[in-house]
Design a protein around this ligand. Sequence first.
Ligand SMILES: NC(=O)c1ccc[n+]([C@@H]2O[C@H](COP(=O)([O-])OP(=O)(O)OC[C@H]3O[C@@H](n4cnc5c(N)ncnc54)[C@H](O)[C@@H]3O)[C@@H](O)[C@H]2O)c1
Length: 263
Amino acid sequence: MNLTDRIVVITGGAGGIGSAMARRFAAEGAAAVVVADLDVAAARAVAEGIGPVAHPVELDVADEEQVRALVADTERRYGRIDLFCANAGVASAGGLEVDDAGWDRLWRVNVLSHVYAARAVLPAMLARGGGYLLHTCSAAGVLTSVGDAPYATTKHAAVGFAEWLSITYRDQGIRISALCPQGVDTPMLSEGLATGHLAARVIAASGPVLTADQVADTVVAGLAEERFLILPHPEVADYARRRAEDPDGWQSGLRKLVRRLRS
Ligand SMILES: NC(=O)c1ccc[n+]([C@@H]2O[C@H](COP(=O)([O-])OP(=O)(O)OC[C@H]3O[C@@H](n4cnc5c(N)ncnc54)[C@H](O)[C@@H]3O)[C@@H](O)[C@H]2O)c1
């Protein structure tokens, strides 16, 4: 898929990766970019920076009614949605001490929101015989997230759901990509690095920290190739291969890295 004349929706569109994709998609010639975010003031600022093709919307992706309304309003306003980017995501920075409410929040934002989006957009896309879903997952979804149990678990679920959608709907013209970056210089990572959190330190030690603009470049290339796994950090493919071939050796290597970071 190229972006020319496309109608695009991006959730978490006011954040680091979401706003970079919004700007880049507009620069590629998208006809409309809906910047949807919990933080509507930030969404407005991003849309204003882009210009008239961008449209800010207040959205909580964890609320299915709001996701349904976003899709219906966008289809009414622009006639269709070509590309829906389920990008909003949150981390917990915790382990077993995270309570059920904390797990529930990550489950809803990182996983169920992708289910809500697919339920809302697929009927019209299937009727038209085409459409594209980009799910921002994470390298944590094909590897792990040391120091953040709900993030590792929900991102694995997000990759699993995207894969299921791809296998189920690809033959009906629906294309799905799972975007799985490792470290990206956005508030999500920089706040963790500022507090010295283990999850952020492991990420920073595992490969380069990319800018959100670099991730947006990889996304445009991945969409053009209609590739399922979009990996802005190519080394993630090697780590995933090592993890599949030798799970015990891979875990042992990670534990060694954690011991080194803690010493
Ligand atoms: N930064 C990284 O290192 C990194 C690495 C891998 C994957 N990711 C993933 O990339 C995606 C974007 O993260 P980012 O790094 O740009 O973080 P970010 O914190 O800069 O942006 C996240 C955006 O999502 C919005 N948001 C949060 N909860 C929401 C909700 N319930 N409804 C609507 N919007 C909501 C926030 O307001 C924010 O604008 C997330 O899914 C994240 O898990 C980030």
